[in-house]
Write a protein that binds this ligand. Structure first.
Ligand SMILES: [Zn+2]
Length: 364
């Protein structure tokens, strides 16, 4: 259900309606464990958090994860969360109930905030489109009144006006045409010669990746250097304060500044590490993507499920005029393989789509 884009809330309501007992209620029935009276009264009262917890549980991939939490200390038995790097994951402990691709699609779908009941079926790209100017989400407008067709525009522009970002207007028809064409092309290439296609993907993502890896690695090093500098500064500051060389107020304000900076750098450092890890995985996942896209060889229409299965995000850039024609650059980031490089190749043409925009209809 989540794969089809249903919200956790909607799934919870459905389970409740069908009188499916909650995990806790099943436990109670099986073992007769003590529970609060409230819960015993409503054994079928599903909560959206419970649904989300189940959907996000990697146990369905055949993995077991240990040490997600720890007690605060030997004496203090309160439970605190551990950082993700310290988790212990064991793969293949049992047969997976769902495959990895489905699992990750569901993760992305339940992350998107969905005002589902009123959502327009035309808005198939919900949560996937981003503005190339300011990185904010593109917002959907349906075809009403004098607007000829549904379209997307930059969310920042819509809320804060032209000073913050330009419209980045693109109609549903335009964006769908670009995506359909590109997916069809990938699908037919994968179907034609899968090995060749995989080799091509690997080679392109490596090209993209080498440049970015260097700049991320450099930034991570800079972060680390500054973090250790700040540590030294903090120690000195502390000594200065102990020996009365600076006042308590001054110590408090300066150490707060240093600590804030250090915290920010640590966050960024962790973010970069995650990015690096993701990229490393992407280059290995060309095979996985080829298998996915191959299934869509004969598609003529885009469905929401297909889009969310194949695509991670789409970035819509500002209009530019090239050779007297107004074009919009659109970057498609596919799942597993990311943005496929733009350089022309002898076998395949660039998947980064540069497309002449359809002339705006009068009144649009
Ligand atoms: Zn924008």
């Amino acid at each position: 259900m989540a794969l089809e884009g249903q919200t956790c809330y909607a799934i919870a309501r459905k389970l409740e309606k069908e009188q499916i007992p909650t995990p806790r209620a099943s436990l109670m029935q099986a073992y007769g464990k003590y529970e609060t009276a409230e819960r015993a009264k409503y054994p079928n009262k599903w909560d959206q958090t419970t649904v989300r917890g189940i959907l996000r549980n990697p146990i369905y991939l055949g993995k077991l994860i240990w040490q997600k939490t720890q007690t605060k200390s030997f004496k203090d038995k309160r439970i605190v969360a551990r950082p993700q790097e310290e988790w212990i994951t064991v793969e293949g402990t049992h047969e997976a109930l769902v495959d990895e691709a489905t699992f990750y699609t569901v993760q992305q779908r339940i992350q998107v905030k969905q005002p589902a009941p009123t959502a327009n079926p035309e808005n198939k790209l919900r949560g996937l489109l981003f503005c190339g100017g300011c990185n904010s989400r593109m917002e959907f407008s349906s075809a009403t009144g004098r607007k000829i067709c549904g379209h997307y525009c930059c969310g920042k522009h819509r809320h804060y006006g032209g000073k913050e970002c330009s419209t980045h207007y693109i109609s549903v028809k335009q964006i769908n045409a670009v995506l359909l064409e590109d997916i069809q092309r990938h699908a037919s290439l994968a179907a034609e010669d899968k090995e060749k296609y995989i080799a091509y993907l690997m080679q392109l993502s490596e090209k993209e990746w080498i440049g970015e890896k260097a700049s991320y690695t450099k930034e991570a090093e800079q972060c680390q250097r500054r973090i250790s500098e700040l540590d030294i500064l903090l120690k000195r500051l502390y000594e200065d304060n102990v020996f009365g060389r600076i006042s308590d107020e001054r110590f408090a304000s300066m150490s707060a500044d240093y600590e804030a900076e250090s915290r920010k750098l640590k966050d960024r450092y962790n973010e970069i590490q995650t990015l690096l890890a993701n990229y490393a995985r992407q280059s290995r996942d060309a095979k996985e993507f080829a298998a996915l896209v191959e299934q869509y060889t004969n598609i003529t229409e885009l469905t929401e499920e297909l889009l969310h299965t194949l695509i991670e995000k789409v970035i819509v850039h500002e209009k530019e005029v090239i050779d007297g024609e107004t074009v919009m650059r659109i970057d498609i980031y596919y799942r597993f393989i990311g943005k496929v490089g733009s350089e022309d190749d002898a076998i395949l043409i660039t998947p980064k789509t540069r497309r002449v925009s359809i002339p705006l209809a009068p009144g649009a």
